[in-house]
Design a protein around this ligand. Structure first.
Ligand code: B12
Ligand code: SF4
Ligand code: SF4
Length: 379
């Protein structure tokens, strides 16, 4: 089987697997990308994501990754919500977990489905195939735009006229010369809602993201302490951020997602910050089993929770921070001190001398020493 017939069979299988959009681009369809990726990397916008730079040549050009590949089948699976994804931001004693992470890890769900589509393509078309979902050096958004799934909005995420900002993307590279689809053009116009809403000012210009300032990067990818200047903007977002996606006017056309294996977990909708702060390693793993959150590990996650507690303006949460000033992880101890100082500076003042006396970690010491008025004994 080949040509349009093969393409129809692929689309049919992909739809049966729950993909909302399936379209085809040539592997040569993104000639502008190598230069743009290079500029992004040279500006340092990838932060600590060294893996973005490691195979940049293969990432930016599909045929550098696999020289025999001729087409890319791009697939989108909707995770459009049926309620306001930003509602949690108004409840500072609760944690806001981004929409993509409040469910089973989409990597696990989509990978199997991509394999099913790729398997059909290989069997019916006699073609070679490779499947990718976020795990290989592949530029999924520009490829999706070239295939016509949508366009990269000013927030850099792919926006679709039918599904708004809520598509997970997956890619199949293949040697089969399937008929190509037309690319989508930009429909942002003069809108700049996504740029203006960003709490940490992460867009140096439209269509460009400085990941180092993005809450998704800070709360998910960043390994160390989070810069003090960026902490207030994080609010109660403990894992990822949906703000720029959620304000896009194109979302109004998106029907709520149907894929049951990606159904939202009720327990992650509005967890209390106090409950999350009390999680030990085993409880963290149990609560977040199978979700993307498990990837950060307990310590980084509690770091984020403590930032949310420090931002909460709820003195009753000071006890949760205080309980963690002796935690084994310096990441946690540092943010426990920061949160306690913000919520209960007097209590922090009482504890500071004792905490500093036993503290060898320079970053944790720095947090305690930031107390507005230092007791004499620690000067
Ligand atoms: C690294 C990464 C991140 C990083 C960096 C994000 C970024 N924008 O690059 C961080 C950790 C911050 C991140 C965050 C998120 N991510 Co992410 N991430 C990726 C990953 C692995 C690579 C993205 C990449 O290649 N970045 C490099 C930059 C240079 O590429 P780019 O964004 O395409 O940049 C283009 C523009 O800047 C443009 N450009 C530059 N100058 C100009 C000028 C003009 C005039 C124009 C028109 C364009 C233009 O050219 C560049 C090259 O195409 C992809 C998966 C994949 N393998 O593709 C997922 C992916 C992009 N992430 C995804 C998601 C869901 C998210 C979050 C929404 C998660 C969350 N809720 O917290 C946020 C969104 C934040 C945001 N506004 O981007 C989805 C997006 C799906 C979609 N519909 O697009 C992807 C595709 C994963 C997936 N398989 O579904 N992510
Ligand atoms: S995900 Fe949040 S922090 Fe990142 S760019 Fe969008 S609005 Fe800004
Ligand atoms: S919010 Fe406006 S500028 Fe941003 S992606 Fe959507 S349409 Fe484009």
């Amino acid at each position: 089987m080949k040509g349009e017939r093969l393409k129809r069979a692929v689309v049919e299988r992909a739809r049966a697997e729950g993909f909302a959009v399936i379209r085809i681009a040539s592997t040569e369809a993104i000639p502008q990308v190598p230069e743009r990726l290079q500029a992004w990397l040279e500006a340092g916008h990838h932060g600590e994501m060294g893996w973005m730079a490691e195979r940049a040549t293969e990432r930016a050009a599909p045929r550098k990754l696999w020289s025999q590949a001729r087409r890319v089948v791009m697939l989108g699976m909707s995770y459009a919500p049926d309620s306001d994804p930003l509602a949690m931001l108004g409840q500072p004693d609760k944690a806001a977990i981004s929409l993509y992470a409040r469910r089973r890890d989409y990597h696990d769900v989509i990978k199997g489905k991509l394999k099913s589509v790729a398997g059909l393509l290989a069997a019916k078309g006699g073609a070679d195939v490779k499947v990718f979902v976020d795990t290989a050096p592949v530029m999924e958004k520009p490829l999706a735009e070239a295939a016509g799934l949508g366009w990269q909005g000013k927030h850099t995420v792919l926006v679709s006229r039918e599904h708004g900002s809520w598509l997970f993307l997956g890619a199949i590279y293949t040697t089969a010369e399937l008929p190509e689809d037309a690319p989508e053009s930009d429909h942002c116009g003069s809108c700049r809602r996504c740029l203006d809403i960003c709490p940490t000012d992460a867009f140096p210009a439209p269509y460009q993201l400085d990941a180092r300032r993005c809450i998704a990067y800070l709360t998910i990818e960043h390994q160390g302490h989070i810069d003090a200047a960026l902490r207030p903007g994080i609010g109660n977002r403990v894992f990822g951020c949906d703000d720029c996606l959620a304000v896009c006017p194109w979302n109004k056309f998106a029907a709520a997602a149907q894929e049951t294996r990606l159904a939202l977990k009720d327990s992650l909708e509005a967890p209390s910050l106090a409950d999350l702060a009390a999680l030990d390693d085993a409880a963290f793993r149990t609560l977040f089993a199978g979700t993307p959150v498990k990837r950060t590990g307990r310590d980084r996650f509690i770091r984020n929770v403590l930032i949310a507690i420090g931002n909460s303006n709820r003195p009753e949460l000071a006890a949760s921070a205080e309980a963690l000033v002796v935690d084994a992880s310096p990441l946690v101890r540092a943010m426990a001190a920061w949160a306690l100082i913000r919520l209960a500076p007097e209590r922090a003042g009482h504890l500071a001398a004792h905490a500093l006396a036993g503290e060898a970690d320079a970053d944790v010491r720095k947090e305690w020493l930031a107390l507005p008025s230092q007791p004499e004994c620690i000067a």
